[in-house]
Design a binder for this molecule. Structure first.
Ligand code: SF4
Length: 402
């Protein structure tokens, strides 16, 4: 008997949860007791951030979890024994418009396993976006996952209707990709990213619409033995070459009947968090890969402290930094000082010499920053030279970057 739309929804929403581009999707399931309010069970709604910083709720689903490919790390792979379902184009359009009208969502995140061929699947996804825009005047956010093996023309069409396109790299090492996802090809993925990047840049110049929220990708962490620095080198190259808006890091989740080539355990959740912090330092804090490498002995980020603090501990000779005279680049390296605080310090010091109290007002991370700073009334290296500086500043499990 054919499945109904609402039988397919939990299957295809659950199958989409492994994609990291929607931050809340990995959360545990809750369902309110009788008389209570709210449920996070099986609705397929996740939250994501638009380029202007707004948090939007998206219907996050797969068009289908049938797939011709057999990527070892994926629950939807051909050889996986999962319940399968498939939406038609019209069903996804109906779900999106109905959820939108009820104010459940502000957009759609659509990915898919590969059925029949890469072109056929890409065309189906593109048609969902086209129908939503053309036939329903849908102005909400649309994020389409693209299939790198699809024809460039189809990917280009998708970019006309979507706000964001993403092409998953999946694994940072080509050797791992060959081993764990033999039907995928690193060169094809990079070609699709380059082409999408070029189309986005052209459209911007010509002031026409093409994936206006840019392109992003996802790297799975912990499925192979790539180190954090391998992963970050890959991200850094992609940011530079293809002008990606975001790289998402998704901790590998062990799956049933997994290949022996995969680890049996998921990496610690904090690993993803440290990668996002390091990624942030590379993009907004003028750190280089070499800086991050110099704070690591084995290519892995320190799980106990954030990467900026790890760098400062290894490079104590670069501190203390004078808040009244130091270059912006050095202020950005002070643990506890965020970008906004640094800009406020630079603007305030034009008018008067800053004292420790001024920094306390400007930065919530003041306590952490103090040992690394000189201010008009503060010049003490006593803490900076202490062997136990790490344990004095970092709580036993430190998560905050700034
Ligand atoms: S192509 Fe995508 S959906 Fe198919 S097995 Fe590979 S990762 Fe999974």
């Amino acid at each position: 008997m054919a499945m109904t739309l609402f039988e397919k929804l939990p299957i295809l929403a659950d199958a989409a949860k492994y994609d990291a581009s929607c931050a809340s999707s990995g959360g545990p399931k809750h369902k309110a007791k009788q008389g209570g309010l709210g449920s996070t069970t099986g609705a397929g709604i996740c939250h994501s951030y638009t380029p202007d910083g707004r948090c939007v709720s998206l219907l996050k689903i797969l068009l289908t979890n049938y797939c011709l490919y057999d990527c070892a790390y994926c629950i939807n792979r051909r050889s996986s024994n999962v319940r399968r379902a498939r939406f038609s184009v019209d069903e996804v359009v109906t779900l999106t418009t109905e959820f939108y009208k009820r104010n459940y969502i502000e957009g759609l995140f659509l990915s898919s396993g590969i059925i029949r061929s890469a072109d056929y699947t890409m065309e189906q996804m593109m048609l969902v976006a086209k129908k939503l825009r053309r036939e329903h005047g849908f102005a909400g956010y649309i994020h389409l996952k693209t299939i790198p093996e699809a024809s460039p023309w189809l990917i280009e069409q998708a970019g006309l209707w979507a706000d964001r396109l993403s092409i998953n790299l999946e694994l940072s090492r080509e050797t791992s990709l060959r081993k764990l996802a033999p039907e995928k090809n690193a060169e094809t993925i990079q070609f699709a990213m380059r082409q999408t990047g070029e189309r986005i840049a052209e459209a911007k110049k010509e002031k026409r619409r093409f994936s206006p929220a840019g392109q992003s990708t996802q790297i799975i962490v912990g499925a192979d033995d790539a180190s954090d620095l391998d992963v970050l080198r890959s991200s850094s190259r992609m940011y530079e070459k293809y002008k990606l808006k975001r790289v998402y890091y998704s901790g590998f989740s062990p799956i049933p009947d997994a290949s022996k080539a995969l680890p049996v355990k998921a990496p610690p959740l904090v690993r993803e968090h440290r990668l996002y912090q390091a990624d942030w330092l590379l993009r907004y804090y003028e750190f280089s890969i070499e800086d991050l490498a110099s704070a690591s002995d084995d290519g892995m980020l320190d799980l106990g402290i954030d990467p900026k603090f790890a760098w400062a501990l290894k490079h104590r000779e670069a501190f203390p930094v004078d808040v009244n005279t130091a270059a912006r680049e050095m202020l950005l390296r002070v643990p506890g000082l965020g970008k906004r605080a640094v800009d406020q310090i630079i603007s305030s010091r034009r008018h008067h010499r800053l004292r420790a109290e001024d920094i306390r007002r400007l930065s919530p991370g003041f306590k952490r920053a103090l040992p690394f700073l000189i201010a008009a009334d503060h010049h003490s290296t006593a803490l900076l030279d202490r062997l136990d500086l790490r344990s004095r500043i970092a709580p036993s499990q430190q998560l905050e970057l700034f």
